[in-house]
Design a protein around this ligand. Structure first.
Ligand code: ZN
Length: 153
Protein backbone atom coordinates (compact mmCIF):
# COMPACT_ATOMS: atom_id res chain seq x y z
CA UNK A 1 0.00 0.00 0.00
CA UNK A 2 1.30 3.44 -0.91
CA UNK A 3 1.31 6.38 1.51
CA UNK A 4 -1.23 8.34 -0.52
CA UNK A 5 -3.63 5.40 -0.61
CA UNK A 6 -3.12 4.85 3.11
CA UNK A 7 -3.89 8.48 3.97
CA UNK A 8 -7.00 8.46 1.77
CA UNK A 9 -8.29 5.40 3.59
CA UNK A 10 -7.28 6.76 6.99
CA UNK A 11 -9.15 10.00 6.40
CA UNK A 12 -12.18 8.04 5.15
CA UNK A 13 -12.42 6.04 8.38
CA UNK A 14 -15.60 6.67 10.32
CA UNK A 15 -15.77 7.42 14.04
CA UNK A 16 -13.27 5.19 15.77
CA UNK A 17 -13.54 2.63 12.97
CA UNK A 18 -10.68 0.16 13.12
CA UNK A 19 -8.00 0.09 10.42
CA UNK A 20 -7.83 -2.92 8.12
CA UNK A 21 -4.92 -5.36 8.04
CA UNK A 22 -3.08 -3.69 5.17
CA UNK A 23 -3.46 -0.26 6.72
CA UNK A 24 -2.06 -1.45 10.05
CA UNK A 25 0.81 -3.14 8.26
CA UNK A 26 1.61 0.05 6.33
CA UNK A 27 1.41 2.12 9.50
CA UNK A 28 3.86 -0.19 11.24
CA UNK A 29 6.38 0.07 8.43
CA UNK A 30 6.01 3.74 7.41
CA UNK A 31 7.46 6.45 9.64
CA UNK A 32 5.96 9.29 7.64
CA UNK A 33 2.39 8.02 7.83
CA UNK A 34 2.80 7.17 11.50
CA UNK A 35 3.95 10.73 12.19
CA UNK A 36 1.11 12.21 10.13
CA UNK A 37 -1.65 10.07 11.64
CA UNK A 38 -0.21 10.73 15.10
CA UNK A 39 -0.36 14.48 14.50
CA UNK A 40 -3.91 14.24 13.14
CA UNK A 41 -5.07 12.17 16.09
CA UNK A 42 -3.38 14.53 18.54
CA UNK A 43 -4.97 17.55 16.87
CA UNK A 44 -8.37 15.88 17.00
CA UNK A 45 -7.93 14.99 20.68
CA UNK A 46 -6.87 18.55 21.42
CA UNK A 47 -9.91 19.93 19.62
CA UNK A 48 -12.18 17.61 21.55
CA UNK A 49 -10.56 18.62 24.80
CA UNK A 50 -10.46 15.06 26.01
CA UNK A 51 -8.88 12.09 24.28
CA UNK A 52 -10.75 9.02 23.18
CA UNK A 53 -14.17 10.58 22.48
CA UNK A 54 -15.64 12.03 19.30
CA UNK A 55 -18.48 14.50 18.95
CA UNK A 56 -18.68 15.99 15.47
CA UNK A 57 -20.87 19.00 16.36
CA UNK A 58 -18.48 19.90 19.13
CA UNK A 59 -15.48 19.76 16.84
CA UNK A 60 -16.98 21.76 13.96
CA UNK A 61 -17.31 24.96 16.02
CA UNK A 62 -13.81 24.66 17.39
CA UNK A 63 -12.34 23.95 13.97
CA UNK A 64 -14.11 26.96 12.49
CA UNK A 65 -12.88 29.15 15.34
CA UNK A 66 -9.33 27.91 14.77
CA UNK A 67 -9.54 28.54 11.03
CA UNK A 68 -10.86 32.04 11.67
CA UNK A 69 -7.97 32.74 14.00
CA UNK A 70 -5.32 31.64 11.51
CA UNK A 71 -3.76 34.53 9.66
CA UNK A 72 -2.79 33.18 6.31
CA UNK A 73 -0.18 35.18 4.47
CA UNK A 74 1.10 34.28 1.08
CA UNK A 75 4.78 34.95 1.45
CA UNK A 76 6.84 34.28 -1.57
CA UNK A 77 9.03 37.25 -2.21
CA UNK A 78 11.38 38.12 -5.02
CA UNK A 79 14.46 39.76 -3.58
CA UNK A 80 15.12 43.40 -4.32
CA UNK A 81 18.40 42.58 -6.05
CA UNK A 82 16.49 40.38 -8.54
CA UNK A 83 14.11 43.25 -9.26
CA UNK A 84 17.03 45.63 -9.80
CA UNK A 85 18.75 43.02 -12.01
CA UNK A 86 15.70 42.61 -14.22
CA UNK A 87 15.25 46.39 -14.38
CA UNK A 88 18.85 46.80 -15.48
CA UNK A 89 18.43 44.12 -18.16
CA UNK A 90 15.37 45.96 -19.51
CA UNK A 91 17.22 49.30 -19.40
CA UNK A 92 20.34 47.98 -21.11
CA UNK A 93 18.27 46.17 -23.75
CA UNK A 94 16.40 49.41 -24.48
CA UNK A 95 19.71 51.08 -25.31
CA UNK A 96 21.25 48.11 -27.15
CA UNK A 97 18.22 46.90 -29.15
CA UNK A 98 18.36 49.76 -31.69
CA UNK A 99 21.80 48.42 -32.69
CA UNK A 100 20.70 44.79 -32.99
CA UNK A 101 20.75 43.12 -36.41
CA UNK A 102 17.08 42.20 -36.12
CA UNK A 103 15.90 45.74 -35.56
CA UNK A 104 18.20 47.07 -38.27
CA UNK A 105 16.77 44.44 -40.66
CA UNK A 106 13.21 45.34 -39.62
CA UNK A 107 13.97 49.02 -40.10
CA UNK A 108 15.26 48.25 -43.61
CA UNK A 109 12.09 46.27 -44.30
CA UNK A 110 9.50 48.63 -42.77
CA UNK A 111 11.40 51.90 -42.96
CA UNK A 112 10.74 54.37 -40.15
CA UNK A 113 7.39 52.73 -39.41
CA UNK A 114 9.04 50.30 -37.00
CA UNK A 115 10.08 53.02 -34.53
CA UNK A 116 6.58 53.68 -33.22
CA UNK A 117 5.66 50.00 -32.55
CA UNK A 118 9.11 49.51 -31.04
CA UNK A 119 8.58 52.46 -28.70
CA UNK A 120 5.11 51.21 -27.75
CA UNK A 121 6.37 47.69 -26.99
CA UNK A 122 9.24 48.98 -24.87
CA UNK A 123 6.93 51.42 -23.09
CA UNK A 124 4.49 48.59 -22.36
CA UNK A 125 7.31 46.39 -21.09
CA UNK A 126 8.54 49.07 -18.69
CA UNK A 127 4.98 49.86 -17.57
CA UNK A 128 4.22 46.20 -16.84
CA UNK A 129 7.52 45.81 -15.00
CA UNK A 130 6.88 48.88 -12.83
CA UNK A 131 3.26 47.89 -12.17
CA UNK A 132 4.18 44.39 -11.05
CA UNK A 133 7.05 45.76 -8.95
CA UNK A 134 4.78 48.29 -7.24
CA UNK A 135 1.99 45.75 -6.71
CA UNK A 136 4.27 43.14 -5.14
CA UNK A 137 6.35 45.57 -3.07
CA UNK A 138 3.58 47.77 -1.73
CA UNK A 139 4.86 47.55 1.87
CA UNK A 140 8.35 48.66 0.89
CA UNK A 141 7.05 51.55 -1.22
CA UNK A 142 4.71 52.66 1.56
CA UNK A 143 7.51 52.85 4.14
CA UNK A 144 9.77 54.69 1.66
CA UNK A 145 7.10 57.23 0.80
CA UNK A 146 6.24 57.75 4.47
CA UNK A 147 9.91 58.22 5.38
CA UNK A 148 10.31 60.77 2.62
CA UNK A 149 7.14 62.52 3.68
CA UNK A 150 8.39 62.75 7.27
CA UNK A 151 11.76 64.11 6.08
CA UNK A 152 10.06 67.00 4.32
CA UNK A 153 7.78 67.98 7.18
ZN1 ZN B 1 3.28 5.69 4.40
Amino acid sequence: MKCEQFMDRFLALDNEEAMGFFMRRHLRSCVRCRRETGALTAAMDELLGFPGRFNEADVADRVMARIGAVEYTYDRRVSLSNWIGVGLVILVSMFLLPFSDSLIWLRGFFGGYIDLPYGIVMGLLVSIYMTVFAATNMDLLKTRVRARHLEKS
